[in-house]
Ligand binder design. Structure first.
Ligand code: AMP
Length: 278
């Protein structure tokens, strides 16, 4: 696996590969890799000739400085995982390599910006579009792979790609879970044994809602989920929503495709999860 820390060295390498007729697949990550990330790489290998994984803990998408500071950064372990997964290229830039001092950014992504995650993490999706725009611009991938785990993120980036006519195909990959149901996340390492046991309620509730889908009304499903999630005093619910799977506005009885999304704090760890209902 080739490792690049600078934009210019990566671009030089990729333009050579492109001139030889190879396509490029990009898997953007913040590192602390787990099987969820590896599943994106496995999917990318089905589509593209050269697989690039980026590891960059992007400061502009963190609205909580403590969260940024304590974000895990096990780079040696990540490199080993990427080699084992057959990744071709790791792009691991510094903050200075990615950002100019005093740089600003704003992209109008419409209502997606301030709903659900956007409401609880103001500015988060501006930081996400800012860094992903840069990665797409540097790497010029033919395909980009994102996890359904961050469902709203996929919608936000797809909106950016469509609005700016970016010449790449977005691929959303399914959520990889722990055997007990918890969606894999780099933040799970911060969960104590007790917190981890409590956190299973998130996925269990989503599965229950899916099971009851079609038997209860949307309001009844929401009530059921909120009741379950708030029954555990160790879970602090941010939101539970059943939304239109395309626009993420709250679903109505006649909405065609729906997704249930949840965000909650378990101890100091904020977790998100979702399930596609139909
Ligand atoms: P992150 O490093 O958390 O920014 O995640 C990088 C990419 O991996 C994003 O597209 C995530 O949606 C995806 N991802 C994270 N966790 C999972 C998971 N459990 N299953 C599938 N994809 C995931």
């Amino acid at each position: 696996m080739k490792i690049f820390n600078t934009r210019s060295s990566l671009q030089q390498y990729l333009s050579q590969k492109r001139s030889e007729g190879n396509t490029t697949g990009l898997v953007p990550t913040m590192g602390a890799l787990h099987k969820g990330h590896i599943s994106l790489l496995a999917e990318a290998k089905k589509y593209a000739d050269v697989i690039v994984c980026s590891i960059f803990v992007n400061p502009t998408q963190f609205n909580d400085p403590k969260d940024l500071e304590k974000y895990p950064r096990p780079i040696e372990h990540d490199i080993e995982m990427l080699i084992n997964a057959g990744c071709d290229v790791l792009f691991n830039p510094t903050v200075d390599e990615m950002y100019q001092p005093g740089e600003t950014w704003h992209l109008d992504i419409g209502p997606l910006e301030s709903m659900l995650e956007g409401k609880f993490r103001p500015g988060h999706y501006q930081g996400v579009t800012q860094v992903v725009f840069k990665l797409f611009d540097i790497i010029k991938p033919d395909f980009a792979f994102f996890g359904q785990k961050d469902y709203q993120q996929v919608k936000v980036i797809t909106r950016m790609v469509d609005m700016l006519h970016m010449p790449l195909k977005m691929i959303m990959c399914p959520i990889v879970r722990e055997p007990e149901g918890l969606a894999m996340s780099s933040r799970n390492v911060h969960l104590s044994t007790n917190e981890r046991a409590n956190s299973i309620l998130l996925s269990a509730t989503l599965y229950n809602v899916k099971h009851q889908f079609g038997k209860l009304t949307i309001d009844e499903l929401k009530q059921l989920a909120v009741k379950e999630l708030t029954s555990n005093p160790n879970i602090q619910l941010d939101y539970f929503e059943i939304a239109d799977a395309d626009t993420l506005v709250p679903a109505k009885a006649d909405t065609q495709h729906m997704v249930a999304l949840v965000a909650a704090k378990v101890g100091n760890v904020r977790l998100i999860d979702n399930i596609i209902l139909n």
